[in-house]
Design a protein around this ligand. Structure first.
Ligand code: IMP
Ligand code: MG
Length: 416
């Protein structure tokens, strides 16, 4: 997913807030790469010289990561003090957001260098992908060292299981999630998949829900530590051992945030009508082999007869509908999220920042600095996980296997 092509393409089509930060770090690391890590003669392939070059490059990279770590710390302090003007990091990266915890970039780099041998490479410079993983590790260390993880929220597709698939009983993420529950941490599955009834979620999450149900290691209270937030921020379900679907719908009046109470049904219908007409116009214009699906709190286009819609068409559709709704009066009153789901485009009422905030509140008001959202959508047009960064710390993964690795890293960090 994070190919150079994709990054450059995304750079052209939209202003993605974290990208300049990654680009800056990649740019800084490119200097020692060019100066120290240049290809050597084949005869030196196994020589001591090569090891010395790698060790030197490692030191230079680590130094740079420490400098960026200090810039981030200065940025955090600047915010905390409410200091006038911009932080140094803000001058360098105007779109940079706030950080809820310190990010231990130097130690994270050392960890990822042991995993990925970044400083031994002589032909391939530190990539966006390397830096994405370093930032994830730095965030995990930040949560463990300067805060505490009380709530982990997970996206569904691509994060817990493959796109469009289900969470099967043999999924290695299941014992990791059970471990988190056993440590009295809370779990939210914050997915765009928007269904109004529990059996639909049971179908998608059966492996996990059954494992929690039969687990002899979890107390009844720990089992209640799992909730599912569907449609980004629209439908909440709690674990219910007495229900066939293992989930019970939680009425909105029990969990809606104060600001969400003001979202009127009239506005919701008006926004979805507008989005639907924009989607229909775009599907006709691009001749998409797609049908329109209107739901209670969402509207989307999805391909018919199992065909694939190409990425450019998907992203064009996202940007058209996003622009149309944003420019409307109702679009300024009501938050919404238009995103490319890999082979479909959906517009949901609300977004994952509201979804994560509602989970935090449901569990008694967990702080953003004690919440980690794990997701895959931080880059493509209208990436829906990116919004969670407004409400919590985040980890940007590229596959379900990376989610498992991240949870193991978290566990190791807690015990080290
Ligand atoms: P996520 O990765 O768990 O956020 O799931 C995103 C996918 O859920 C989308 O790509 C759609 O295929 C699917 N989906 C099903 N219902 C909805 C809905 O109401 N809104 C948005 N996405 C939906
Ligand atoms: Mg996803």
């Amino acid at each position: 997913m994070t190919t150079r092509y994709r990054v450059e393409y995304a750079l052209k089509v939209r202003d993605w807030p974290l990208l300049p930060l990654l680009a800056n770090i990649a740019g800084l690391l490119a200097v020692p790469f060019v100066l120290h890590s240049q290809p050597t003669a084949i005869s030196e392939e196994h020589g001591e010289g090569l090891k010395a070059v790698a060790a030197d490059t490692h030191l230079r990279y680590a130094e740079i990561m420490k400098d960026v770590e200090n810039l981030m710390l200065d940025h955090i302090h600047h915010h905390e003090r409410n200091a006038p003007g911009k932080s140094k990091l803000n001058l360098l990266v105007p779109t940079v957001g706030t950080f809820f915890t310190q990010l231990y970039l130097e130690d994270a780099f050392k960890y990822q260098d042991r995993q990925r041998f970044i400083s031994r490479r002589r032909f391939v410079a530190p990539s966006f992908n390397d830096i994405r993983l370093i930032l994830n590790s730095a965030q995990v260390l930040g949560l463990v060292r300067s805060s505490d993880v009380k709530l982990v929220t997970f996206d569904g597709d691509v994060t817990l299981y493959d796109d469009g698939a289900c969470l099967m009983p043999d999924n290695p993420v299941i014992p990791r999630i059970l471990r988190l529950l056993q440590q009295d941490r809370k779990i939210g599955i914050v997915t765009a998949a928007g269904y109004t009834d529990a059996p639909k979620y049971y179908e998608r999450l059966q492996g996990l829900l059954d494992a929690i149900h039969v687990s002899p290691d979890l107390t009844a209270e720990q089992k209640q530590g799992l909730i599912v937030m569907g449609g980004e921020s629209n439908f909440l379900f709690r674990f219910d051992p007495s229900a066939d679907a293992r989930l019970a719908y939680v009425p909105r009046e029990e969990w809606l945030l104060d600001e969400m109470q003001a979202w009127s049904e009239g506005d919701i219908t008006e926004l979805l009508d507008l989005a639907e007409s924009a989607l229909r116009a775009c599907a006709a214009n691009l001749n998409l082999p797609a049908a329109v699906l209107r739901k209670d709190r969402a509207v989307g286009v999805y391909p018919v007869n199992g065909v694939r819609i190409n990425r450019e068409q998907l992203e064009e559709t996202v940007l058209v509908v996003q622009n149309t709704v944003q420019r409307s009066a109702v679009g300024s009153r009501l938050p919404f999220c238009a995103f490319n789901g890999g082979n479909d485009v959906f517009v949901d009422i609300g977004d994952k920042s509201w979804g994560v905030r509602a989970c935090q509140r449901y569990f008694g008001g967990i702080d953003p600095s004690k919440t980690l959202h794990v997701g895959d959508q931080f880059l493509s047009a209208g990436a829906n996980d990116f919004k969670a960064r407004l409400a919590s710390t985040t980890a940007w993964i590229a596959s379900p296997a990376e989610t498992v690795e991240l949870l193991d890293e978290l566990e190791e960090s807690v015990h080290s």
